[in-house]
Design a protein around this ligand. Structure first.
Ligand code: 6GU
Length: 261
């Protein structure tokens, strides 16, 4: 997988080279390229933003600079060449990338989205700053035939898309085959099973610590009982913390012993 990230603060992504992501690069599972949007400006001030049309506070990122950058990363030939090429063929041009724009006013990024992105060959993330990017940008690339996604990472406001993109990249790349040592830990964890229940709590030794004991059943060695205990806790926790997940649950996924909840 190739991941291109565009930002006016590329240093934000230095951390991606640390830890697991660095290892995934060494293993050849993925390649990161982080780009400075200002490299695609032509004016002396390297300006990437302008005032909002219609008035209002803040600045909006200019579509021309973004498009020059994205056309390059997506291998779209310059507009003049396209006009000529169109006479011969109407095939979709450029890379098969999924384009992702972080946007606090978009649908929330979920584990399902991370799974979808993890199947792509090429992801391009465009980090907006200020009041965001010109609204025509996602629509333009969608009209060019690209798979364009806009996601928020939650109901709060960040100063820019960089942290949101870091979150999406981490959630996505850890799902790549060969990324995690233990495949089971991906299958078992919260949000991933078909039902998306919150995960049960985990305990390690000692069995008694500062007067607090781990639940006795976990010491019993009786696997069916342990599975039942953990599943009950998942249902109980999810009902209490995320009733919205319970409300969406497909009842056919429940077994008889789940019914008491
Ligand atoms: Cl994607 N961007 C910004 N600026 N703030 C956010 C966000 C994204 N998701 C939640 N808050």
């Amino acid at each position: 997988m190739l991941i291109d990230i565009v930002s006016v603060f590329p240093e934000y992504f230095d951390v991606l080279n640390l830890s697991l992501l660095g290892k995934a690069q060494e293993k050849g599972l993925l390649e990161f390229r982080v780009h400075n949007l200002r490299d695609w400006t032509h004016d002396v001030h390297h300006s990437v933003d302008d005032t909002p049309v219609g008035g209002g506070a803040g600045m909006v990122m200019k579509p021309e600079v973004w498009a020059q950058c994205l056309d390059d990363l997506l291998d779209i030939p310059p507009l003049e060449d396209i006009a000529q090429a169109d006479e011969q063929t109407s095939e979709k041009r450029g890379s098969n990338a999924i384009l992702v724009f972080p946007n606090p006013s978009a649908p929330t990024f979920t584990q399902k989205d991370a799974t979808e992105l993890s199947h792509a060959d090429h992801l391009v993330f465009g980090c907006g700053r200020y009041e965001g990017y010109d609204g025509r940008l996602p629509a333009y690339y969608a009209a060019q035939g690209f798979d364009v996604r806009e996601y928020s990472i939650g109901d709060y406001v960040l100063n820019g898309g960089e942290v949101a993109v870091s979150v999406m990249v981490e959630a996505t790349t850890r799902l790549l085959d060969g990324f995690m040592g233990n495949h089971d830990s991906i299958v078992e964890e919260s949000y991933t099973g078909s039902e998306g229940l919150l995960e049960h709590r985990q305990y390690t030794k000692p069995a008694s610590w500062r007067g607090m004991d781990v639940p006795e059943i976990l010491l019993s060695g009786h696997h069916a009982n342990i599975d039942r205990f953990r599943r009950d806790e998942e249902l109980r926790r999810t009902s209490a913390i995320r009733p919205d997940i319970i409300a969406r649950l497909d009842c056919r996924a429940l077994d008889k012993k789940d019914r008491k909840f």
